[in-house]
Write a protein that binds this ligand. Structure first.
Ligand code: C5P
Length: 396
């Protein structure tokens, strides 16, 4: 981060009180921070304290002749290596999504050609509101990078998603963005974990995937400098830091999330997606019948996300599938490679005796057009590192 220029937009949420700490930590890392404070942001932190910490002028007004003479808003929007919005309110997200430029911050965001990273902060109801979720989808499609929000207790006393991430998490995301590595500048999608397909409000179909291999892969790709979009089902293992996390429950939700993060340079489908879902899950818990009659469940096939993305109009350059097999591993996995139209298949034997599902180690065979490469038994993090290196090689 040393010597990088960040244009920091501070909007008017209670999390603006974290901005001084963020500026202090960024400047300690050698970052030059140019602060822009919205009118409502200035209700939470003073221009003087922000200016003192950033050791820079604070820009607040679009129509300031002196500012325009010194550095016009267009130049301001282009001069940075990164535009960081922390906190971003629901209001500012809405303006960004719809191209509204009615103050300095929103005008900069409309005029900039620099990467934009935002740390949303708002009440859980505001975050969950369909309007905010629509705006979020638009912003993601526009290439705006989200950092958080987290779940937690809010300043207003409510609990839920919408709380701004901690300053350290913003620093990690910024450091990640500036990191140089063989995959820097690359966007890679990783799916991970199981999916849960509801039967009724309390029951679901699931599988034993822990999400360990997908998580390790996302971390290894991140460590080589990639920007990682991590679409995860309800896994046991916590998602990595420094990646964009999209949490889903069902296969259909996973498909929607995956499509929303495209385009990507590579996509790795490490999730153990349920093959079937129950048609029309019951709204009430299904009761045991006194007669002993069993529930009449009807199933539908879930979309094959890997196969769909391998044929997608925005198909990533490299599409990688996993094949969890319990017999004839290489033969079945090779057939899968052809059937699904992916570039590589990472095959493994998941018979319970191997302890692979949910375990720490993995024994994989990597299959591509050139044939099968059997790797010895090794920790999942090592499998991930080697795969990440192989991916970096293939994309170079
Ligand atoms: O067909 P099978 O489930 O064995 O294929 C495994 C591969 O396909 C994995 O990469 C998995 O993530 C992906 N898959 C998928 N959508 C499904 C089923 C599997 O993306 N519905």
């Amino acid at each position: 981060m040393n010597e990088k220029n960040i244009l920091l937009i501070i909007a008017g949420g209670i999390a603006a009180v974290k901005a001084p700490d963020l500026i202090r930590k960024l400047t300690q890392e050698g970052v030059r921070v140019t602060p822009v404070l919205t009118k409502s942001g200035a209700q939470f932190v003073t221009p003087l304290s922000i200016s003192a910490l950033a050791r820079s002028k604070v820009y607040t007004d679009l129509f300031d002749l002196t500012d325009e003479a010194e550095m016009g808003h267009i130049e301001l929007s282009r001069s940075a290596d990164l535009v960081l919005v922390a906190p971003s309110t629901g209001h500012l997200m809405a303006k960004m999504a719809h191209g509204i430029a009615d103050d300095l911050a929103s005008t900069i965001l409309l005029a900039t050609d620099t990467h934009v990273m935002i740390a949303p902060s708002m009440n859980v109801r505001m975050w969950d509101h369909p309007a905010t979720q629509r705006n979020l989808a638009i912003l993601k499609a526009d290439g705006v990078q989200m950092v958080g929000p987290n779940e937690g207790e809010m300043a207003c006393g409510e609990f839920g998603a919408g709380r701004m991430v901690e300053v350290t998490e913003i620093l990690q995301a910024v450091a990640q963005y500036f990191k140089t590595g063989p995959l820097s500048g690359r966007h890679i999608l990783v799916t991970s974990g199981p999916t849960h397909e509801p039967i009724d409000p309390v029951r679901y179909i699931a599988n034993r995937s822990s999400g360990a291999q997908g998580t390790a892969l996302a971390e290894a790709l991140r460590d080589l400098g990639a920007r990682v979009s991590f679409v995860t089902g309800p896994a046991d293992v916590a998602p990595p830091t420094g990646v964009q996390v999209h949490r889903v429950q069902t296969a259909n939700e996973m498909l929607t999330a995956v499509q929303a993060v495209l385009p990507a340079d590579a996509a790795i489908f490490a999730a153990a997606v349920a093959d079937w879902r129950v048609d029309e899950p019951q709204k009430q818990k299904i009761k045991k019948q006194a007669s002993g009659a069993l529930p009449d469940l009807k199933f539908s096939e879930n979309p094959d996300i890997l196969a769909l993305i391998a044929q997608h109009e925005k198909r990533p350059e490299l599409v990688i599938g996993f094949a969890a097999e319990t017999s004839n591993v290489v033969e079945n996995a090779t057939a899968k490679l052809l059937r699904k139209g992916c570039d590589w298949i990472v095959a493994n034997d998941v018979t319970p005796a191997t302890g692979i599902m949910g375990g720490l180690n993995n024994t994989v065979t990597v299959i591509d057009a050139n044939g099968a490469e059997a790797w010895s038994d090794m920790p999942k993090v090592e499998v991930a590192r080697r795969l990440a290196k192989r991916i970096a090689g293939a994309l170079s």
